[in-house]
Design a protein around this ligand. Structure first.
Ligand SMILES: Cc1ncc(COP(=O)(O)O)c(C=O)c1O
Length: 441
């Protein structure tokens, strides 16, 4: 006899005895709800929790399920890979084919390597930048997130007060347990602030080996730069012998198969493609210029490998996923679905007299409460109404629409997948409308 599925309440209670906070990773907790969901199944754009409650999902595994859950193409690829054995530590034909495909569609990709997580991917890029330039400091931008390790866990949200335009920002560690000496290895400036960049490079250009950025700052709810600024950063990096790294863990494939670098028409030296790349498969792709990438072993001295590096299951789903998103019309649907959601939410908020700004680009969008003002810089996110956001996320979840709340420190991000039909979007908007009518309490 099949064992009865435990309820959400039972699982939460049991989990707390074994998992700190009841979860396998802190980001699982939806801050507005105060708990994580225990999911029984996910299909298309929908989730079912262990109580059987159904949600239309706009989190999508933190942006990983870009085709939608159980997409036939990635499901078939995963099943074929599983049938070959749960391999780790071997190369397959798919490893070669995926690398070839990536070099065909990603502008900076002359050579490719694989990794497991976005954190690992940016860590290797930082190491490559240092090895290539023989300079140790890394310039990063205020409000940009690059993973959870000691070199990069700085200023993804702090300080949460406005900074003087044109200034270099004090490095703020965002985890306990980070060595203080690492502060000397990071230079932080506001994004889209040309004067601050120029000042940082004038002061530290001969010590900075890498500039890393989210080319579309989706982690703060979708903040976009203009081409001129992106070209300026590119020029400055070249002029100062600095490797330019685009962290496309979240932006990969949202705007087109050529990612944010194709969207701007500006090519970095290195990039990391994460989340959407394998439609939920656990992997990232590192790509970049041949002369930098070939510094990795066995050709060069930069260490990069791992037991699960390029695990064949994820490599198979990545290859299948990329084929899907290169099909004609794929992005017409993504843009149309996203636009319907963004404008639909904006209209619902306006109709209910709720001050909110919804803005998106390609497959992902952000929702900011407290003002209808466009969000153009990280500073513009600081006076948002996070209490109202929590009330909204709770009310929407109650009606069966899932938005993840990453906590009061970050704006967070939401998105659509290829599996969200226009009917799904309309159904979600109807549910949101009834959530708003019920009051955001
Ligand atoms: C831009 C960016 N970089 C890096 C990471 C870290 O990726 P991972 O969670 O796969 O380690 C994330 C995760 O959200 C991200 O959004």
């Amino acid at each position: 006899m099949e064992a009865k599925t435990k309820t959400q309440a039972e699982l939460r209670q049991e989990a707390e005895h074994y998992l700190p906070g009841g979860v396998g990773g802190a980001g699982r907790i939806n801050s507005a709800l105060g708990y994580a969901f225990y999911i029984k199944e996910a299909k298309g754009c929908r989730l079912w929790d262990t109580d059987g409650k159904e949600y239309i999902d706009f989190n999508l595994g933190h942006g990983s399920a870009f085709l939608g859950y159980q997409h036939p193409a990635t499901q078939a690829a995963a099943e074929k890979a599983l049938a070959a054995g749960i391999l780790a530590g071997y190369e397959t034909e798919n490893h070669v084919q995926l690398a070839k495909r990536v070099t065909e569609i990603i502008p900076c990709a002359e050579r490719v390597r694989y990794g497991n997580t976005g954190s690992e991917g940016t860590m290797i890029c930082v190491r490559l930048a240092r090895a290539y330039t023989k300079k140790d400091k890394i310039l990063k931008f205020w409000g940009h997130f690059h993973g959870l390790y000691d070199y990069m866990m700085y200023n993804a949200h702090t300080p949460m007060t406005p900074v003087e335009p044109g200034s270099i920002i004090e490095p703020c560690q965002e985890s306990a347990g980070m060595p203080a000496v690492n502060d000397d290895l990071v230079v932080v400036v506001p994004w889209k602030d040309e004067a601050a960049l120029e000042q940082a490079l004038a002061q530290h250009g001969d010590e900075i080996g890498g500039i890393i950025m989210e080319p579309i700052n989706y982690n703060q709810g979708c903040i976009v730069a203009d081409k001129e600024y992106m070209e300026l950063v590119r020029r400055q990096a070249t002029a100062h012998n600095i490797a330019l790294i685009y962290d496309e863990v979240l932006s990969a494939f949202r705007t087109g198969p050529d990612c944010a670098q194709g969207y701007y028409g500006v090519t970095p030296d290195l990039c990391v493609l994460g989340k959407a790349v394998a439609n939920g498969g656990a992997m990232v792709v590192l790509a970049g210029k041949k002369e930098v990438m070939e510094l990795v072993g066995p050709l060069g001295e930069v260490a990069q490998s791992g037991t699960f590096t390029g695990n064949p299951l994820a490599v198979a789903t990545a290859l299948a996923s990329i084929e899907e998103l290169c099909k004609p019309g794929f992005y017409d649907h993504i843009y149309a679905a996203s636009e319907r959601m963004v404008s639909g939410l904006s209209e619902l908020f306006a109709g209910a007299g709720i001050p909110a700004r919804v803005q998106g680009l390609g497959g992902r969008f952000g929702i900011f409460f407290g003002s209808t003002k466009p969000v153009e810089r990280f500073d513009d996110t600081l006076d948002r109404d996070v209490e109202m956001r929590s009330r909204f996320v709770r009310a929407a979840a109650d009606k069966g629409v899932y938005f993840h709340d990453y906590g009061s420190l970050v704006a967070g991000h939401h998105g659509v997948s290829a599996s969200h039909t226009m009917a799904d979007i309309d159904e979600a908007l109807n549910r949101v409308e009834s959530a708003i009518k019920g009051g955001l309490s």
